[in-house]
Design a protein around this ligand. Structure first.
Ligand code: GDP
Ligand code: MG
Length: 296
């Protein structure tokens, strides 16, 4: 088998929140996620970013966010859907933070398939003492039959090429699946919701209720101005109060930081309105479940 062949495949990035998955993705694709094609793709996966070089194309796909904090019907359905996605990609990057492996990481590990190559990506090595890294790698190697273990710093762009080099030969041989200049095919609506979610997580961290959802209710475009109306859905009135903050201070920050990011990403002006709605019992909403399991 000669390796002058082109390799092309789907790659999933998984890990508990805050290990650096989004940062890693941005560095793997070489630039901030942006939209270069408005055409919807009809592949079996939702693509979050694409890395194309002389020898290969890595198509990074989304795994619907899984939940570990609470067990309920919706979270079980989400986890099932993650497993289906992971069983269907060509390679998996399981991201952990250097020297940290806790119950939340363990829950993700349990979802990894045995019949797909999984790389352990040990991120944030810039934060820690290098001498402790080797024993950590050895401990991790005992937990799962990884195809490889690659320590990186996503933020400092250390070992990113090495990671691509490690995975590349394991992607199927074949032509690129997407045009070279295409970075993502996610819709702007989806990206807008994702940006708001990210800001909420950054600002509220542990305070943020897990059963939260961001919905784009209206999305209008007029020249280079986008008017985006987003609702944050929570379970309880007290969660609504946490998100809004004293005098509306937290929600204002989420909204203004999200708007700045959207303007940068969409390369145009954005008018953004964000409000919080209480939708009691939504986490076990039957319709939503059916949608997730494809029965809807
Ligand atoms: P995600 O929730 O897994 O997508 O994590 P993010 O990509 O949002 O990163 C979570 C936090 O970790 C952010 O504050 C990042 O700036 C930080 N982070 C990500 N990668 C690194 C890294 O290599 N080194 C350090 N020191 N921090 C990082
Ligand atoms: Mg993220």
């Amino acid at each position: 088998m000669s390796d002058t062949q082109f390799h092309s495949g789907f790659v999933a990035i998984v890990g508990r929140p805050n290990v650096g998955k989004s940062t890693l993705l941005n560095h793997l694709i070489g630039q901030k996620i942006s939209i270069t094609s408005r055409k919807a793709q009809t592949t079996r996966h939702r693509v979050t970013g694409i890395h194309t070089d002389e020898h290969s194309q890595f198509v990074f796909v989304d795994t619907p966010g899984f939940q570990t904090r609470h067990r309920n019907a919706m979270n079980d359905a989400l986890n099932k859907s993650v497993k289906t996605t992971l069983g269907d990609v060509d390679a998996i990057l399981f991201v952990v933070e250097a020297l940290k492996f806790g119950p939340a990481d363990e829950e993700v590990l349990q979802l990894l398939p045995k019949h797909r190559p999984v790389w352990l990506v040990i991120n944030k090595i810039d934060k820690h003492d290098k001498t402790l890294l080797l024993p950590f790698m050895q401990q991790m190697a005992e937990r799962f039959d990884f195809a490889g273990i690659v320590p990186v710093s996503a933020e400092k762009h250390i070992q990113i090429e090495a990671l691509l080099d490690a995975v590349r030969p394991h992607l199927p041989q074949g032509d690129p699946m997407y045009p070279e200049d295409q970075i993502t095919d996610r819709s702007e609506r989806f990206l807008a919701a994702e940006i708001i979610r990210e800001k909420l997580f950054r600002l509220l961290g542990e305070e943020l209720p897990y059963s939260i959802n961001v919905e784009i209710e209206k999305y209008e475009q007029e020249g280079d101005l986008r008017r985006i109306f987003a609702a944050i859905l929570v379970d309880k009135a007290n969660q609504k109060a946490i998100i809004i903050g004293k005098g509306g201070e937290k929600l204002k920050r989420v909204s203004s930081e999200a708007r700045v990011d959207m303007e940068q990403m969409f390369e145009g002006r954005v008018y953004l309105e964000v409000w919080v709605k209480v939708r009691s019992g939504w986490a076990d909403d039957i319709r939503f479940l059916k949608q997730l399991s494809g029965e809807g």
